[in-house]
Design a protein around this ligand. Sequence first.
Ligand SMILES: [Ca+2]
Ligand SMILES: [Ca+2]
Ligand SMILES: [Ca+2]
Ligand SMILES: [Ca+2]
Length: 245
Amino acid sequence: MAPNTNLVWKLSGTGITAGDVVGGLLQGSFTVDANGKASFTITLAADQLTEGAETLGARIFADSTSTAVLSSASVVVNDTSQAPLPDQPQVLWGTTASDTITGSNAPDQLAGVPATGTNGASMGKGQIDTLTGRGAGDTFLLADSRGGFYNDGNSRNQGLNDYALIKDFKLVEADKLQLKTNTNYLYRNATVSGVAYTEIFLSNGDTSFTAADELIARLEGSPISGSGLNFFSSSSNSLVWVTFV
Ligand SMILES: [Ca+2]
Ligand SMILES: [Ca+2]
Ligand SMILES: [Ca+2]
Ligand SMILES: [Ca+2]
């Protein structure tokens, strides 16, 4: 085209709003350069709505009244945003990677590990899974009939590379941990960088705290009351916030 020709671009399509485009503009102008070429760039914004795939159309006009269409193209923008979970009980399982899992405002069951499999990865080895229960009394699984999760199996270190990071453990909501029956555990409270949390360890069975005790969870939100080391199992010091399998 002739250099210096003014062109207009416009975006349209189902579900396309100004919020879908960085800069918030659905139209603009640009000019043909000395080589007879012209281009414009738009950047799509991260979609905040769950509304299904959208079709984005772009048209180029030769005049400001937008009557003479020079070119048009369209692309389908797939909606990859996660739908908020409906407020009904969910049973959520993770993967063998470090997962971020969020429940609903109903009583949920949340696990950061897969529902099946008994090898290390299936049992949470090497993973830090971030679990958020949201409202109501949720159960966070740190064990099931297969055994306990997040144990690296190395008694010479505390296994700080595998645990469930539970972001909103709330006694007032009757949130619970699911642990293994006839197994020794301990918890202690700590504050790191201003964040107070409760750490749950699989205990090696004695009453001293050593590298042989294995970290399996950190609870943020409201630390459990109790100072020092608190040992418990299904047969001793039963706690309202633990359920055993
Ligand atoms: Ca996982
Ligand atoms: Ca919940
Ligand atoms: Ca909850
Ligand atoms: Ca661990």
